[in-house]
Design a protein around this ligand. Structure first.
Ligand code: FEO
Length: 397
């Protein structure tokens, strides 16, 4: 894709990855982009690079604007390899005067690429660098989402280059929020938040407060993935505020796997009970729904309800996968319970309940397990449990 001017003298020069389908466990079914930004000023500055296989896209795009050898500064906001993979080749080509990064960024770059001889310039929150007509202010965002992460704010342009924050995994030919469907854009942003940033929600709250305290005027947010927020930056800031407060809707997700459809019948009965109370219910069969799509549904749900048959004294493998993934992402403020069928030992419900408790999910009125196949009465009890969860959701609203 050709470079695009974001603001006068500031260009998107990144790459679009149409074909990526897995991003360390996150399903990227619509690809992604690796955004890099070139500022043409007295000090030519490149903000971030791209994933290594896309280095030629980056060099071509820079070359359409300036000779890459004229770049003076390379800013590395974040060292994860989707953004720094091309750093070694860019430094070899450009021979920049400075490689600007956080202290943790310098350590991470050396740990990744083993080049202590690069011309590092370490910056910290509040530090500014003059590019000529433009001033860059840096804001460290440790553990958002790596220790090295930082943001770059171009003061005169009121532009925040936000690294992974406010991004989306969505490959498009458009570069700006006002050129695509807002509903789909927010869906991809929500999926990104639920799968990358959810566990850092308290830090997101601190960052939003800090940005306000610093009095940064922001009219454009340029993340390192996906679309640039030039017309609706307020929408994504507001969404991050809601998501990081883990505010939930009157919504429940029932997530299950089943051996011979008994647990599935229980899932549908639980859903009936919730729906009777007017709750928005999503039923997610783990054989049909990817873990990262499940997390997207959990983001704004009040209840997490888990179902699994017992297999070999344990839970079914897709449920084990989900629990491992979900535990790391630390959803907060949820209620829930577990259910499932069994043949003789029946450990699955207990194991799922323990997993929910370990995630500080408030258990609603115990659990429900059924030997082999549910009777009509069993399904009525499942529906009743769903109804109780629905009442609890409404009480907490
Ligand atoms: Fe897009 Fe943390 O890298």
């Amino acid at each position: 894709m050709q470079p695009v001017e974001v603001k006068k003298g500031i260009y998107w020069v990144g790459a679009v990855d149409w074909n990526i389908r897995d991003f360390h466990g996150y399903s990227t079914l619509k690809g992604t982009t690796y955004n890099a930004y070139l500022v043409v000023d007295e000090k030519m500055t490149l903000f971030d690079t791209v994933k290594k296989p896309f280095v030629n896209d980056l060099i071509c795009n820079i070359s359409r604007i300036v000779d890459p050898k004229k770049i003076d500064y390379l800013v590395v906001n974040h060292v994860e390899m989707d953004h720094s993979g091309a750093v070694p080749e860019i430094i070899d080509l450009v021979q920049p005067e400075k490689v600007i990064c956080s202290a943790m960024g310098k350590t991470a770059l050396i740990d990744h690429y083993h080049r202590e001889d690069w011309p590092f310039e370490v910056v910290e929150t509040g530090k500014t660098i003059d590019l000529g007509s433009k001033t860059v202010q840096f804001i460290e965002t440790r553990m958002l989402h790596w220790p090295d992460s930082m943001l770059s704010y171009l003061k005169e342009d009121r532009l925040l280059i936000s690294s992974d924050a406010f991004g989306q995994h969505w490959a498009t030919s458009q570069r700006f929020d006002d050129e695509v469907d807002m509903h789909e854009l927010l869906f991809h942003a929500a999926k990104y938040y639920a799968n990358i940033l959810l566990l850092f929600s308290p830090l997101v709250q601190k960052l939003l407060a800090n940005v306000q305290k610093m009095g940064l005027e922001i009219d454009t947010i340029a993340p390192d993935h996906g679309l640039i927020w030039r017309s609706h930056p307020g929408k994504i800031i507001e969404a991050y505020d809601t998501w990081s407060k883990q505010q939930a809707a009157n919504k429940a997700v029932i997530i299950y796997d089943t051996m011979w459809q008994s647990t599935e019948k229980m899932a549908f009965a639980v859903a009936d009970g919730l729906a009777q109370e007017g709750i928005d219910v999503k039923i997610l069969n783990l054989k049909l729904n990817h873990r990262s799509d499940v997390m997207t549904e959990i983001l704004d749900a009040k209840a997490i309800i888990l179902g699994s048959s017992t297999l070999n004294n344990g839970i079914l493998p897709p449920m084990a996968d989900l629990l491992c993934y979900m535990k790391g992402l630390r959803p907060a403020g949820k209620i829930g319970f577990a259910f499932g069928s069994y043949g003789w030992s029946g450990e699955a419900v207990k194991l799922m309940t323990e997993a929910l408790e370990a995630m500080k999910v408030k258990i609603v009125d115990g659990a429900m397990k059924v030997k082999f196949a549910p009777t009509h009465d069993d399904l009525k009890k499942c529906a009743e449990l769903g109804r109780k969860a629905g009442l609890e959701i409404k009480n907490q609203a």
